[in-house]
Structures are given as structure tokens and as C-alpha cells.
Design a protein around this ligand. Sequence first.
Ligand SMILES: Cc1ncc(COP(=O)(O)O)c(C=O)c1O
Length: 361
Amino acid sequence: MVLTHVQELDDAAAASAVVFASRYVQEPLPRYELGEKSISKDAAYQIIHDELLLDSSPRLNLASFVTTWMEPECDRLILEGINKNYADMDEYPVTTELQNRCVNIIARLFNAPVGAGEKAVGVGTVGSSEAIMLAGLAFKRRWQHRRKAAGKPCDRPNIVTGANVQVCWEKFARYFEVELKEVKLREGCYVMDPDEAVAMVDENTICVAAILGSTLTGEFEDVRRLNDLLAARNRRTGWGTPIHVDAASGGFIAPFLYPELEWDFRLPLVKSINVSGHKYGLVYAGVGWVIWRSKEDLPEDLIFHINYLGADQPTFTLNFSKGIDHPTARGPSRSTNSISDMSNSVQGPARSSRSITSSSD
Ligand SMILES: Cc1ncc(COP(=O)(O)O)c(C=O)c1O
């Protein structure tokens, strides 16, 4: 089917239609609407390429934490996978397997209690922001289940964080209708004070979020102290308030530089951790992870089982179609983009989609 009308050029005209001298660049292109006439692909390329020259150079951009250079072999792998749609994982079982391996490697790096033959629970995301949305949803849903089972109201969830949280936590709170209770910073203390955080917890608190690598200063919050204080409070109240660690920046730093520091799943109240693959990992933007301590921490009713592309594909993501380049080129040493879980239900390359793999197979 012909979708566009391409103006015919005879061979001589085509040969002489060097882009900069051609009629294509003599009239300005309409800015906000489709043009009446078609334009040659060489000219279209050149015009867009030239406009993009006005962007600044990513290599000179020191404003964000995202790395801007990858090994040439990674560039090749990315290009080789660029035409695959991650939504259709039955067609790409090897990619799925690579992603599941990434989730497992990261979970073990974060000391998740995963036995030798078990698979970890986690998912690859676009970045830490999507990872935090998913982790936050899991906390909200678990809290709602507990409250409903106890016959208590579940319409006023809140989350306790430091006022230094990254904007994605505010987004989560607003988009998913959770009150954000922020511990104020004070002169000389620019991260969340665990004592104050625990004092703000109440029966409606779905989790306390600690940051490993504050966006503003890079400082690690004291997750160990938070865990101990919260555990004592949970014993008194019976609320069972859990912890999420936002390790967007610190997750691929702490295990290597400070292996003795306890901030991860070694602490019993830490139920989920997010990390950005694209920070500090020589990886281009577009990769994050969320890992859960165990399958009990990811409510089953958040997992969608989609089967219209073939076999059962369990997913817990915010979107459907998605590029596939990350897992192949941006594995955990570099970071990636996948989801693997521990539940029995979803395992093996042929069945596990870009979504969730499970522990016991
Ligand atoms: C602590 C923290 N959390 C979350 C994010 C969001 O991460 P991403 O850009 O990977 O979505 C950032 C980004 O700077 C961050 O510093």
C-alpha cells in the first residue's frame, strides 16, 4: 500500500539533487503541520541532522548523573537489537534470559535472601523513576490488603521520606494518591534523620523511603539505624511498616566501595530497592531496576498475565511496547532493563516475558 505520495524525480534530476543545492531546502518546512509536498529522505535527514547541531554536546553535559559514553561493542549490540519489541518476549527468549540473569545478579549484589537454586524477583524499567512508581504501588497495595483484612479504612495512605527526595517521589505521591510526609532538613543535616522519620510513621504509612545517594549531596542516609528504630516501633505498634531504599545513585557504588555498609536486604525491613543502571555505569539513559526482597513483597494482583502475543507473559510495568537494546548491551555490570521474579508461576525463557521470572524453577 502506498502511504505517501513521493514526487517523481527523473534520474538526472535525482543525481543532481545534492541536498544543499536542492529545491527541498529552498522553502522552509512547515513547523507544526504536515507539508503538502514530500521531501527526499536525504534532504530530510540533512535538515534534521543540522537542526540537532544546535543541541549541546552530551559529553559536555555535567548537569545530570547519566553517563554519556559506552563501549563501541555496546553501541553495536544496541543497534543489533533496536528493531525488537520487548513486549513480544516469546519471540526473544534469549533477551529475556539475559534480563532475568541481570535481575538475579543485582538481587544477589544487594544481598537478597535468594537460595542457590532460586530466582530473584525484580523488573527492568526505564529508570529509577519508573522503578519507584512500581515499588510504591506494591507497598500501597500490600498495605491496603492488610488494612482490609483487619477491617480498617485504607483510603489515606502516606509515605515518609526526607525533604531531600528526588521529584519522582513527589510524582508517585501525586499520581497514585499517597500523602508524602517529609522529614524537614536542618542546618548541618541535609538528609532524612531516621529518628524523626520513625516518629512520623503512623498506621497509614505504607513505607519509609531512605535514599542511598541523596540527589543534592550524594550523601547516604543511615538505613541501618532506620531499620533498627522502625523494628522497635513495629514491635510496639504491630504496624509492620517496611522500608524502601532509593539507591538510584548509590546502588552500584556502595557494594563495591563500602561492602561492609549495611543498607540493603541484609536489613530485614528493607523490602525493595531501586537502582538506576544509567548512573555511574557507563550506560546511556534509559535503564533502571527494582528488586523485591521476595515474591511475598510483590502483590500477585499487580501482575498482569498477557497472552495475546502467544504464551503467558506476566508483566508488572507501566507500558507495553518497548525497545529491547538495554538487556543485551547494558547488563548489570553495565546495567540493564528487565524483570525477573521469584514466583513459581513464571519462569523459563519461553514463558517469562520481559516481566517477571520466578524463584523456583
Ligand atoms: C535519589 C534519586 N532517586 C531517583 C532518581 C530518578 O532516577 P531516574 O533518572 O533514573 O529516573 C534520581 C535521579 O537523579 C535520584 O537522584
